[in-house]
Design a protein around this ligand. Structure first.
Ligand code: 3AM
Length: 181
């Protein structure tokens, strides 16, 4: 299993992101609106016992998050790891303290389940496309064009533990557990 904690976007916003014209390239692999999400924590493969502890942890985190401000908004675009070697094209998120607390609580639940601590930096983003080869020369101009991309704020209402299943058609995401927050 390739597990990760994430939240989904409102469907209308995911569809609007999926309709953005991507930089033209033979190597660009767009993400379909139905698969757009914001990863809170990559988990990877786990034993059944650890999975049980993660699902319990998700329930606790959800109760704690109910008191937090969970408003976010799509804000700007960017690439990982950098313009010249871009592999991932993303839309950024403007977040508030409440979401930092929610992500921190998920991280704590992961560590409490026995996983090693993740890196210090969390970069909230929605992956819009991946490049399977060299990024297109127009990428810089595309980033400039959408630098001011902004959507209306929305409130996260659910966190899901997904399993990423890879096939020749690309990854699909199967919900393993979820909790309203
Ligand atoms: O949210 P996105 O789609 O950008 O990049 C992978 C994807 O992120 C990330 O987890 C999400 C679901 O697959 N991911 C995959 N392997 C990873 C790893 N070893 C990873 N993140 C960190 N470490």
């Amino acid at each position: 299993m390739r597990l990760f904690f994430a939240f989904d976007l409102p469907s209308n916003q995911a569809h609007r992101l999926a309709e953005l014209t991507l930089p033209p390239s033979a190597s660009v692999r767009p993400v379909a609106a139905e698969r757009m999400h914001v990863t809170l924590r990559f988990v990877g493969d786990v034993t059944p016992e650890r999975l049980d502890r993660l699902v319990d942890g998700l329930g606790r985190v959800a109760r704690l998050a109910a008191a937090e401000d969970r408003r976010v908004r799509i804000d700007g675009v960017g690439v990982f790891p950098g313009l010249r070697r871009a592999r991932v094209l993303w839309a950024g998120l403007r977040i508030r303290e409440g979401l930092v607390a929610l992500q921190g609580a998920i991280e704590s639940a992961c560590v409490a389940s026995g996983l090693p601590a993740d890196g210090p930096e969390w970069h909230p983003h929605v992956t819009l496309a991946r490049f399977s080869g060299a990024p297109p020369p127009e990428l810089g101009a595309w980033l400039d064009r959408y630098a001011d991309l902004e959507m209306e704020p929305f409130e996260i209402d659910r966190v899901t533990l997904y399993d990423s299943v890879t096939s020749t058609a690309g990854p699909s995401y199967r919900p393993v557990a979820s909790a309203n927050v």
